[in-house]
Design a protein around this ligand. Structure first.
Ligand code: AHM
Ligand code: MG
Length: 320
């Protein structure tokens, strides 16, 4: 099996970007080691603090963030780092010309119940000739030079793209990442969908219509039965879609009209949309392609519809 190092050296990516991916992988391996030990490593439970978005932090949110900040800044593989857990980007003097945005520990509600969680990352080019700040992260997702995630599940997998297909690597006992999928692919048609249905009474009419038609199955307008899955960790839900197809949705809803959904554009929706498009799928906010959106703030939220192309075209079309 091809190692991550072998894959990267044959990828044609610049040496400093290869190094960045290796440091990300190594650091996520360290996070994974703590996740695996769980209560034995004393990493479960609340940290007793809130992040900039007013969310209660879990111990592992903070531990994963610290490991990524330390790992990436000491290796100087990027010049600025932005995180779900940090109010503002931090600068790494002398770092390579990349900006890395990450969700250090995605799926926080699953940490304490031993369900798959992950780390999501997005790599953008840094501005030339200036010290970067939050505003330099506000680039459309189509400018990402790399994006991916690590899923801490029954096995630990790194899934990423350098802009030419999506590859998956599995971590072995010796800490090596070995290629286990050469090219992930999302079929255009789907049989499965993921949405938090407890919010259904708050959905806007296009989402009500689309999901209603999926629920109606064989006897409805789609004349086909659909299965439903919702892990509650975006990493795990998107990983399933990259492995066996389907659709993932986190729509905006009518409760808070000013809040466009729950997920964050820069370190959740953009990197996942990059992977999904690289695997042949599609991703929109219900109206526009997510990767074309011009971000306006570091912690901006966005509605997300991603996965099988035919389904995403349909539900986006319902939004008019
Ligand atoms: P987090 O980054 O604080 O863990 O929140 C994001 C998570 C996603 O992983 C997941 O898709 C979603 O929130 C689940 O939301 P819900 O609690 O509505 O099921
Ligand atoms: Mg998250």
């Amino acid at each position: 099996m091809k190692s991550l190092e072998e894959f990267l050296s044959g990828s044609g990516a610049p040496a400093d970007l290869q190094q960045l991916v290796l440091v990300l992988a190594k650091t996520c391996g360290e996070i994974g080691a703590k996740v695996r030990l769980g209560a034995l490593a004393g990493v479960l439970g609340e940290a007793g603090s809130d992040n900039v978005q007013g969310e209660h932090q879990k111990k592992l949110d903070v531990i994963a963030n610290d490991l990524l900040v330390d790992g990436l800044s000491s290796a100087r593989v990027a010049v600025a780092l932005g995180s779900e857990e940090m109010d503002h980007a931090i600068v790494v003097p002398g770092g390579a010309p990349y900006l890395v945005a990450f969700d250090p520990l995605d799926g926080s509600s699953n940490i304490d119940v031993n369900v798959s969680i992950g780390t999501i990352f997005s790599v953008l080019p840094a501005p030339k000739g200036k010290t970067p700040g939050d505003e330099d992260f506000l680039q459309p997702g189509e400018r990402q030079v790399a994006a991916g995630y690590v899923v801490y599940g029954p096995s630990t997998e790194l899934v990423f793209s350098l802009g030419s297909g999506v590859q998956a690597f599995t971590l072995d006992h010796a800490g090596r990442w070995l290629m286990t999928v050469e090219r992930m692919n999302i079929p255009a048609a789907a049989k499965e969908y993921a949405i938090n249905a407890s919010n259904s009474r708050h959905w806007q009419p296009p989402v009500q219509r689309y999901v209603g038609e999926l629920l109606a199955g064989k006897t409805g307008p789609r004349a086909k039965d659909f299965n439903m899955r919702w892990v509650g960790s975006m990493v795990a839900d998107v990983h399933r879609i990259l492995c066996r197809g389907g659709v993932f949705m986190y729509p905006a809803d009518l409760r808070e009209p000013d809040k466009p959904g729950k997920l964050r554009l820069l370190y959740e929706a953009n990197p996942m949309s990059f992977l999904v498009e690289q695997a042949g799928g599609a991703s929109t906010n219900g109206h526009e392609r997510i990767l074309s959106l011009q971000p306006t703030k570091l912690h901006e939220r966005v509605a997300v519809f991603l996965g099988a192309k035919e389904e995403i075209d349909l539900v986006t079309g319902y939004h008019g």
